[in-house]
Design a protein around this ligand. Structure first.
Ligand code: 0O2
Length: 219
């Protein structure tokens, strides 16, 4: 019983580090968001969502990978214990957010998977970063990994539907649905391109309007 309690305390303390890393990253993002809004009168971040992997899902993943079940092994082999998803309106915002995070002196971008430049065969698109985030505990400083997924609203819409279908069919999705999902991913990418183009056009119109000191036309 004593051993079980000690083990439970260790897991709780271990996961706490990841929770603190997420808390501090979310605070950083909130600050960037507010400052960006103040400077540019525009918000590149629509919303953020964080999650911590459960001990059960950490154990499943470490078993799947065939790695040791120990805290050091879990730390070095599972990089998505803490996950943060950032949703934005435009593809250019995704890279702007990546750069803003990369410019923070205490954060390190340890890994980048660009599924926008290289979408997965099923159509999945997102920018994945593994960030090294410092965590200040009462007796030490640790650096832990946080997986950040940055995507547009259209990419997020697609990924959440695909995720639901994948689980509904217990991972064996009928080929017709896979084909339709791929087509939907292509449509989402086309929509993202069109919205980006419109966004730039509107920004240019706004700029020349400001330069000419004119007044706008109401919708
Ligand atoms: P959850 O519950 O979202 O966390 P690795 O983690 O490096 O061992 P992998 O597959 O190389 O494994 O990592 P990758 O490619 O960075 O993708 C991990 C996460 O991206 C997944 O987490 C999903 O959140 C998301 N993802 C990747 N591919 C797809 C996809 O085809 N469809 C959808 N909907 N999401 C995807 P988890 O662990 O699967 O689940």
């Amino acid at each position: 019983m004593e051993q079980f309690k000690r083990f439970k305390d260790e897991i709780t303390r271990f996961l706490m580090m990841y929770k603190f890393a997420l808390d501090s990253l979310e605070t950083k993002i909130e600050i960037l968001k507010e400052e960006f809004h103040f400077l540019h009168d525009y918000n590149p971040i629509e919303h953020t969502k964080s999650r911590l992997k459960s001990p059960e899902s950490i154990l499943n993943k470490i078993n799947r990978k065939g790695c040791d079940i120990s805290f050091p092994s879990i730390r070095s082999n599972i990089k998505d214990i803490a996950g943060l998803r950032i949703t934005c309106s435009f593809v250019s915002d995704i890279y702007r957010i990546r750069d803003m995070l990369g410019n923070q002196s205490d954060l390190t971008i340890l890994e980048t998977k660009d599924y926008i430049q290289n979408p997965k065969p099923n159509g999945y698109q997102s920018l994945h970063l593994i960030l090294g985030v410092p965590v200040y505990m009462s007796d030490r400083q640790e650096r832990v990994c946080v997986e950040v997924q940055i995507r547009t609203i259209a990419m997020d819409f697609w990924a959440s539907l695909e995720h639901k279908i994948f689980y509904k069919y217990n991972e064996t999705v009928p080929p017709r649905l896979l084909q339709e999902l791929k087509e939907a991913a292509d449509s989402a990418a086309a929509l993202d391109k069109q919205m980006e183009r419109l966004h730039h056009e509107i920004a240019e119109i706004k700029e020349s309007h400001m330069e000419n000191g004119g007044t706008g036309t109401k919708r």
